[in-house]
Design a protein around this ligand. Structure first.
Ligand code: NAP
Length: 223
């Protein structure tokens, strides 16, 4: 697939690029095409980096892609999505965006009026675009370490079964993440709100690169 990373010059964008470029065409998007190209040079120097990656401005990245991952800070999601909406045609959009705030002591869930960042993106994009919410609890540093085996779960929300299936497939490509369906897009606020909780716990207990995992004495077999 052709996967565009809007704001892909940042931490999580670099992580997705490292993980997806061996099997897909990854397009790093940026507000500035030359920053995206500089980012590509940096990615190719990371240990184990290999594959197909190039950089351009966000609008060109979206227009060239089948899948778009929104890798921008929550406070800029509205303007970025709105500005790019004419570049979308029928791409599948993945939102890992976590609307949180930090007051120096506590991370808090700070959702937009739409209820969650994923719903905000869906409300600003053309109606045919399917937004799937995923990857909120996967740390960028873990994704960037190409040979690191991740053991967490990825909770996925979406209204379209086919689109959710594509995101399940992408999740399974990252060793050994487990995709779990968490419900329709309206359930995304529940998933997005896990990240500030996770960061508070991790900080107070000195846990690095924390993730989430749903435990059971009798886990279901992966399909
Ligand atoms: N970091 C993590 O571990 C992690 C984990 C799970 C989910 N997430 C979510 O992923 C998203 C990105 O996180 P990140 O840590 O990668 O963020 P980041 O590194 O702070 O920023 C990502 C990119 O956003 C672009 N950007 C910054 N300000 C902007 C503005 N005013 N308008 C448009 N674009 C702007 C920049 O790209 P250009 O300057 O090149 O345009 C920047 O490189 C966030 O919503 C976060 O909640 C992050």
């Amino acid at each position: 697939m052709k996967i565009a990373l809007v704001g892909g010059t940042g931490d999580i964008g670099t992580g997705f690029a490292v993980r997806f470029m061996p099997s897909h065409e990854v397009i790093i998007g940026s507000r500035k095409a030359d920053k995206a190209q500089e980012s590509v040079r940096g990615i190719m120097q990371l240990p184990g980096a290999d594959g197909n990656v190039w950089g351009t401005d966000n609008a060109s990245a979206v227009a060239a892609a089948e899948v778009v991952i929104l890798c921008v800070p929550p406070e800029h999601l509205r303007s970025v999505t709105y500005d790019l909406s004419s570049s979308f045609d029928k791409q599948l959009v993945i939102s890992p965006v976590v609307p949180l705030s930090y007051d120096g002591k506590l991370f808090r869930f700070n959702p937009p009026p739409e209820g969650s960042s994923a719903q905000q993106a869906q409300s600003l994009l053309p109606p045919q675009i399917k937004v799937v919410s995923a990857f909120h609890t996967v740390p960028a540093a873990s994704l960037q370490a190409q040979d690191r085996e991740l053991r967490g779960d990825v909770l996925i929300c979406g209204d379209d079964a086919g689109a959710v299936e594509v995101v399940r497939g992408l999740t399974l490509e990252i060793k050994s993440l487990r995709p779990l369906f968490a419900g329709p897009l309206t359930a995304s606020s529940l998933v997005e709100s896990l990240t500030p909780m996770l960061l508070n716990v991790a900080r107070r207990n000195r846990i690095k690169d924390a993730g989430v995992s749903i435990i059971s004495e009798r886990p279901p077999a992966l399909k």
